[in-house]
Design a protein around this ligand. Structure first.
Ligand code: PMP
Length: 458
């Protein structure tokens, strides 16, 4: 195609997008007036190309999900093979099929402890809503129907379905409508000493332990947390935190749910986020990385004790989605997990993690506003402060993280900024198949973008 034709297509698509396409997590007015900043048309490895032929490094694996990178043909072939054989079949009324059965068993072998039973959904929000319902149902069947409350953490992100939004602790997500579901309570994250029982701590009342005591453990079904908080600001918990919450849940007989929707299937260099701290939750939710984003799929893995409660009676489990255990999604997931293993992708994550951390440290050394660099596996971030030594934040008007991410974009690198609560965090999470040269390419661009940003402040 000639350049002129390409530009004409870009123009046409831009106009149609403006008129007819309402985008998630986007200011509708800006989109309506300006159109999409990029119209992606293809991808290979860590790179994507837009309709104008510009190539970008995908430093975020799009939405922290394209773990095997773009253009993985084997995943496409697995989809085609399954689609042409049996594209869809129900999982209601006990109907089953091989891809879902094999995938449930495969997931069981990857999850820690006796997390051995899988319920499938189409994505992460549905997975979390399902986990909340299943937790409440577990208690109901156990003769404790009052255990309905779900405790989650401020600044957590669990998705946008009704339960998931209500559990989400980023207040903006609950601001578009004011009808939060009942029985969701938020605690402050990462108050390690409080969770270990230190009542003298001034924040005790806001800790998970403090909240459980105020609400009464007999009213609480479960707590949910991301092992590493993603959209809320890429917060890695202090050492011992997950174990402290595990101990707390055991002490109070409360279910522990970990939301592994970002961390699951290798993002942190371990199979699951909790594996970094050898903690076994009672339920674990997953999505994204299970198919590397090639096709929607999510789910809940639960301990056998939860399923065993459901088989105490003849009652029907009145919960399920048309696409629970979608055969094509399951076939792609099986292939994705096979490739992760065959190509030793987790080993690559661990190798790249070292380079990632070293490059982040270099940024901190060379750029006066960069601080709080952190990474675990290929999940990392840095923060920007006007005065990093005194912890003085930038005026929100500056839009510091946005400026840097925008400048990266101008240099063909896709990253993500997080600016809730006046923070200025830049998240980096490349595909798990990234190599050393590509890591350096990413950081060269970030280095340049930071210099441009610093000069703009003068
Ligand atoms: N939990 C976490 C930790 C997530 O990062 C996300 C998506 N970013 C979700 C839940 C929601 O998943 P989905 O968008 O597939 O519904």
């Amino acid at each position: 195609m000639t350049n002129e034709t390409l530009t004409n297509i870009a123009k046409e698509l831009t106009e149609l997008d403006q008129k007819h396409y309402l985008h998630p997590l986007t200011p509708p007015k800006l989109q309506y007036e300006q159109g999409p900043p990029i119209i992606v048309s293809e991808g290979k490895g860590v790179k994507v190309t837009d309709v104008n032929g510009e190539t970008y490094i995908d430093g975020m694996s799009m939405l922290w999900n394209v773990n095997l990178g773009h253009g993985q043909e084997e995943l496409g072939e697995a989809a085609k093979e399954q689609m042409t054989k049996l594209a869809f079949s129900s999982s209601f009324n006990g109907y089953s099929h091989e891809p879902a059965i094999r995938l449930a068993e495969k997931i069981k072998t990857l999850t820690p402890g006796d997390l051995n039973v899988v319920f499938f959904t189409s994505g992460g929000s549905e997975a979390n809503d399902s986990a909340f319902k299943l937790a409440r149902y577990y208690w109901k069947q156990k003769g404790q129907p009052n255990r309905k409350k779900i405790v989650s953490l401020s600044r957590s992100y669990h998705g946008v379905a009704q339960g998931a939004t209500s559990a989400t602790g980023i207040k903006e997500f609950n601001s578009i409508v004011s009808s939060k579901a009942p029985d969701f309570i938020h605690a402050e994250p990462h108050l390690l000493e409080c969770e270990r029982g230190d009542r003298t701590n001034e924040n005790y009342d806001k800790s998970v332990r403090g909240i459980i005591e105020q609400e009464g453990a007999e009213n609480i079904a479960a707590i949910i947390l991301e092992p590493i908080m993603g959209a809320g600001g890429l917060m890695i918990p202090p050492e011992g935190y997950l174990q402290a919450l595990r101990d707390l849940c055991d002490e109070k007989d409360i279910l522990m749910i970990t939301d592994e929707i970002i961390c699951g299937f290798g993002r942190t260099g371990e199979q699951f986020g909790v594996d970094n701290w050898n903690v076994v939750p009672d339920m674990l939710t997953f999505a994204k990385g299970i198919t590397s984003g090639y096709i929607p799929l999510g789910g809940v893995v639960m301990k056998e004790k939860i399923r065993n409660q459901f088989i105490e009676t003849d009652d029907v489990l009145f919960h399920g989605f048309t696409y629970s255990g979608h055969p094509t999604s399951c076939a792609v997931a099986l292939k994705n997990l096979e490739i992760l293993e065959r190509d030793n992708v987790l080993e690559n994550v661990k190798k790249m993690e070292e380079i990632f951390k070293a490059e982040l440290k270099k940024l901190e050394k060379n750029h006066p506003h960069v601080t709080k660099t952190r990474a675990i596996g290929l999940l990392g971030a840095f923060e920007l402060y006007e005065d990093r030594d005194n912890g003085k934040p930038f005026d929100p008007e500056v839009g510091a993280a946005f400026q840097v991410v925008n400048e990266c974009f101008n240099h063909n690198l896709i990253l993500r900024f997080i600016d809730w609560n006046g923070s200025n965090i830049v998240a980096i999470a490349p595909p798990l198949v990234v190599n050393e040269e590509e890591m350096k390419e990413i950081f060269n661009v970030v280095d340049k973008a930071l210099t441009v940003f610093e000069n703009s402040l003068k």
